[in-house]
Ligand binder design. Structure first.
Ligand SMILES: C[S@@+](CC[C@H](N)C(=O)[O-])C[C@H]1O[C@@H](n2cnc3c(N)ncnc32)[C@H](O)[C@@H]1O
Length: 225
């Protein structure tokens, strides 16, 4: 089964040979890919809804019968055991990812890596995790009809301080200056300018959009793009 460019990029960032948990696994295709390619020894795949849960069980049936996957119909990371050192959460809003992790903050003590791909609120998620002893060790932006951010956090012995700019755009993104990352902000400037010019917006929203355009332009200028 072919997996999307986004899931392929996520798979390429998964820490190798470490048991991992895919929360909100839905179709289970990421977990299937990781096991098909022997990238991790065993996995946990969960979802909090019956439809996706049945789907992931079907797609992972071979690995379930080989005891290489534990599946669970549960909210968030409530049932996660300390066998799993990597948590993957992809394809959800950044606020929902933060809520899932914050609700069971104690479980994060046992976690080495968090591989997260939020839809928006990246800054809030970076802020939350870096103030809870995780540092950012890799980042990528993928384009597949939308721009998707993927962030790899690693447990850190001490709190690493990041600037507001790093929290907002991603410290590794700013170093890598990857073409897709640059395109994301060039496109955002264009769509925000269009919003300002062609749509009825309230005063607060206009102010917010203007500030975002200025910030994005400044970042691109700093990066010489
Ligand atoms: C858009 S899908 C993303 C699927 C897959 N992770 C991916 O990136 O392709 C989001 C999935 O998260 C599940 N989900 C939402 N909230 C959840 C929660 N609190 N706990 C577990 N799963 C959740 C949804 O049921 C859905 O199957």
């Amino acid at each position: 089964m072919k997996i999307s460019k986004r899931l392929l990029k996520i798979a390429s960032m998964v820490p190798l040979d470490i048991p991992c948990a895919d929360i909100g696994s839905d179709h289970g295709l990421l977990v299937k890919y990781l096991l098909d390619n022997n990238l991790v020894p065993f996995c946990y795949a969960s979802d909090n809804k019956k439809g996706p849960f049945e789907r992931l069980k079907k797609n992972l049936s071979t690995y379930i019968s080989q005891n290489k996957v534990e599946v669970d119909l549960v909210d968030g990371i409530k049932n996660l055991t300390n066998k799993y050192k990597t948590i993957i959460i992809a394809g959800m809003g950044g606020d929902l990812i933060k809520e899932i992790l914050e609700k069971e903050k104690d479980k994060l003590k046992n976690i080495e890596y968090l591989l997260l791909s939020p839809h928006g609120k990246e800054k809030e998620l970076r802020e939350f995790l870096t103030s809870n002893q995780f540092q950012i060790i890799d980042e990528n932006v993928v384009y597949e009809d939308h721009y998707y951010e993927i962030i790899l956090f690693k447990k850190s012995p001490e709190i690493v301080n990041y600037s507001t700019k790093q929290l907002e755009y991603g410290p590794i993104n700013l170093i890598k200056k990857d073409e897709t990352f640059i395109n994301k902000y060039q496109d955002r400037i264009i769509s925000n300018t269009d919003l300002l010019n062609n749509h009825q917006l309230n005063h607060l929203r206009i102010q917010e959009i203007k500030e975002t355009i200025i910030k994005d332009k400044n970042i691109l200028k700093e990066l010489n793009c």
